[in-house]
Design a protein around this ligand. Sequence first.
Ligand code: PLP
Length: 391
Amino acid sequence: MANQSEEHQFLARESPEDLQVARTEGSFLFDDKGKQYVDFMMGWCVGNFGWGNAVLLEAAAQFEGPDYVYPGYSYAPWVELASLLVSISPGSLKKCFRATGGSEAVDLALQAAMLHTGRSKFVSVEGSYHGNTIGGLSVGSSESREDCKNLLSRCYKVKPPLNAKSLARVEALLKGRDVAAFIMEPISINLGVLIPEPEFMTGLAALCRQYGTLLIMDEVATGFGRTGTLFASEQFAIEPDIICVAKAITGGLGGMGAMIATTPVAKSMEDKGHFYSTYGWHPRSVAVAIAALGYIARNNQRLLKDVAATSDYCRQRLMEMRFKKPASCRIAGLAIGVDFGDESHAAKVQAKCRREGLLVANEGESLLLLPALNIDQATAAQGLDILERCV
Ligand SMILES: Cc1ncc(COP(=O)(O)O)c(C=O)c1O
């Protein structure tokens, strides 16, 4: 068992929390002292189908190799997974590019947008998170620029709220016809479940089309049912040119990401791009991802119905809670943001929940509840009871 000073000496961690994970099961996590937590965090949208999901575990157990496939060779399960992803992707997305995770998928998307349009500017939402590469940080929160001095230049940000009024600012940025892409999470989990107004999304898509800017939807966190539809993009009248997925695609049993593009964008990337990825779509992860997509296909209706029912239940419970500090709730399926308008209070509540046996995420002034999509009502109630005692 790693002791804390050893860990501090040898291993770097971002936002380190003092929780030693021993095992996980369904919607529960157990620490090294045997303490049980209700998990309303699920690794930040990784464990959408519950930890230890039998279908995914079985696929991992049945996997018999190959150990590895060199990117230049072909491998039939890659094609199977790519065609499955295309078949469930929103709009006209037709081709997949392999990646090891969300950051790489986002970087591929930025590269594809530059190559396809011949432009280099990007626009994104202020305060957002799109991964930890130089490209991802460049289109993420402007705060990163204070420490990292050589991020991509010519990246512009639109401040929330994302409503019809903010379209004028978007148009001012796009009308020079030199912006390669607008990138955003369709519902921003990283901004405490920020739900754009439908008028913003429709207007944004129209402006992108008018000025030749690609629309990239980062579905790394929202993908695979989190917000009540398979992809959050489906909730708006938009047709993205690219989506990025990762996280829940393997339910935690393997690292994987994908950039999925329309035919013309994919062609530009294939002609001129660089997308060699040594561990992109490792065979073991591919076996699990195919099983996960099969699980989704077989259970899609029930899964999304469960999300809607649990989401309603959470909404009801949150409405009835008596908060010490007033809070506003933003709910999209099982992406639930509880905004206190106060960072230190949100952090205190998160810490209290943990002491009481509930894991929630804390993003700025908000708490984030991201339970498994198939959590049973008794466990959801158990978690919400703890939350109620802590707010
Ligand atoms: C919206 C979004 N994009 C990209 C990433 C980066 O994904 P990864 O950590 O798999 O590189 C994250 C990770 O949290 C994310 O939430």
